[in-house]
Design a protein around this ligand. Sequence first.
Ligand code: PSU
Ligand code: MN
Length: 309
Amino acid sequence: MTSTTHPMLALTDEVRAALADGRAVVALESTIISHGMPYPRNVAMAREVEGIVRDGGAVPATIAVLDGIPRIGLSADELELLGSAPDVAKVSIRDLPSVVATRAHGATTVASTMRLAALAGIRVFVTGGLGGVHQGAASSMDESADLTELSRTDVAVVCAGVKSILDIGLTLERLETLGVPVVGYRTDEFPSFYSRTSDHRAPLRADDVETLAAMMAAKWALGLEGGIVVANPVPEAEEMARADIDGLIGQALAECDTRGISGKDITPFLLGRIVELSDGRSLETNIALVRNNARLGAALAVAHAGSRA
Ligand code: PSU
Ligand code: MN
C-alpha cells in the first residue's frame, strides 16, 4: 500500500513506516498533557500511555504543533517540553492557522488532533474526555469544536464519555443531530468520565473491537463522513462516586462564574480546580481511565488494520 502524506505534516519514521505498511497506529492528543494535568504527572502519563499502546501491538502517535509544524509522533524530550513549557497554546481547529503561521508551539485538542490524524491517515484516536455542550450553553453558546469535527472527520475516538462539567444530555443530542454514532463499550450507560454512569443511556452498544472496527468500515464505505465516539467506562476499582464528584464540579463551575473565566480557558480551569478540590483523587481517576482507553484503542487499531488487510 502506498501512503501519501500531507506535505505540511512531520511524521516520525516509526509512524510513517507503520502507516505505509498498513499496521495499527493510535493517535494521542496533547492538550491533555499541556492543559489537562499538572506537571510532572502529565509527562509520566503521556509516556506510560505510549507504552500501553505499544504493548497492545500498535504504534503510538502523539500529535502536537512544534515551531509551527504539525507533528505526528513525538520524542520523549518533546513530550517533556509539552508538559512543562509555559508557552504552549491550547490549539483547537480555529487556532491551527495561527499557530502554524507564527511558528509557535501548540497542544492540540480532540478536534485538531482528529483533523491532523486524519490528514496523516490515522483512523483511531485515544483521549480521556471529549469536549461538548457546556452547561448554560443556551445563553453562552459554548459548544466545543470537538463536536463539529466529529461530524466531518473520519476518526474513531476512544474516550471515557463526557464529564458533568458539560451538559451530557445536550451533548448527546448534538452528536445525534451531527450524525455521529456514540457507542458504549460493554455498557448500556453513557459514562461520565470519572464515573461509569450518567443519567443517560449510551445510544449504541458494542461488546468487542471487531464490531467497532466493522462499524468504522461500514460508516466510511457508505460515504458517511465523520467520526465515531467509543465511550469506554473507567474501571470500577478506579471510579469516583457521582455524588462526590458532582459536588466538586458544581463548586468549580460556580468559581468559574465568579472569576469571569470563559471560552477556551473554562475546561483547563475546571480540570485543575477539580484536582485541587478532590485532593488529587480526580487526577488518579483521570490517569486510570486514559490507561484503560489506551488498551482499548490499541486493540481497536489492530482490529481495524486487520479488517483492511
Ligand atoms: N476533557 C478532559 N480533559 C481534557 C479536555 C477535555 O477531561 O484535557 C480537553 C480536550 O483536548 C478537549 C478540549 O478536546 O479540552 C475541549 O476544549 P474546548 O471545550 O475548549 O473545545
Ligand atoms: Mn468552548
